[in-house]
Design a protein around this ligand. Structure first.
Ligand code: PNS
Length: 168
């Protein structure tokens, strides 16, 4: 029987605990999970693709594959022999975008199925964008991203500092 391979694609700029929760949930469901970082030349990420892959590898350990891809996700899936796309659904607001992507991917390759997993409730409001913003403005992100990611944020953005209060 062929291996059941799933791809968990995303930007992961940076990876946070909601992503890690989804990875842990899908691992027992498939023979192999490939975490796939999109190489997107049009976006200005905080971390390079290599840095993001390194962070992910550090967290998921050696028995989870971490790759990067550019171009269509369905083409990457063909290359790695995967049929399932894993996506996290945090809230109803995610639904429309995810629904469009799932149906477009199905149109591009009818063999591809998208599997939605709900992260732990504690992470339903979490996004990489908010993590970066809160850190940059001096907010506490402990418990939302792994410690090594906090260290990388500190290296890239400097220590998280509380902005000065407004003065008259
Ligand atoms: O973490 P993100 O940014 O929500 O992930 C989006 C991602 C990488 C899953 C999506 O942009 C993607 O699959 N891009 C690859 C290009 C592609 O296949 N586009 C058509 C998908 S409908």
């Amino acid at each position: 029987m062929s291996k059941r391979i799933a791809v968990y694609p995303g930007s992961f700029d940076p990876i946070h605990n909601g992503h890690l929760d989804i990875i842990e949930r899908c691992r027992p469901l498939f023979d192999e999970v490939v975490v796939a970082v999109l190489r997107n030349e049009t976006k200005q990420p905080l971390f390079t693709v290599e840095e993001r892959m390194e962070s992910i590898r550090e967290m998921v350990g050696p028995d989870c594959r971490v790759e990067s891809f550019s171009g269509l996700l369905v083409d990457f899936m063909d290359r790695v022999g995967a049929r399932a796309v894993i996506r996290g659904l945090r809230a109803v607001s995610d639904f429309e975008y995810e629904f469009q992507m799932a149906l477009m991917n199905r149109r591009l390759n009818p063999r591809v199925e998208t599997v939605f997993l709900m992260p732990k409730e504690d992470y339903t409001y979490l996004s990489s964008r908010l993590v970066k913003e809160v850190f940059a403005l001096g907010g506490n992100i402990t418990g939302l991203v792994p410690e090594p990611v906090i260290a990388r944020l500190r290296d890239r953005l400097g220590p998280s500092v509380v902005p000065p209060q407004g003065t008259k």
